[in-house]
Write a protein of this length. Sequence first.
Length: 109
Amino acid sequence: MRIFIGESDKYRGKPLYEALLEHMRKKGLAGATVLRGVAGFGASSVVHTEKVLRLSLDLPLIIEVVETEEAIQAILPDLDEMIGGGLITLERARVILYRPAAVEDGRSR
């Protein structure tokens, strides 16, 4: 699943991407990653860019989530309630490797 939002989007006074990550973690999703775009535009056709000392404070963000279809379907109503403006897409992924990183003593984190 990919969630496309703006960097300045908020949910109950907190950055939306932080609220979404926290909510998905509490719901037990396997993981999520926030990617920050250097430029982009959406439905409003306004171009947001990182040029000139970061004049744009609303750069595009993409939250990538790899999870089972059941878990994604279960959380979609929550995301619909939390996201005021944005885009959610669903894609199939073939997972080749998924395991926690090891720390120096050989144990998982």
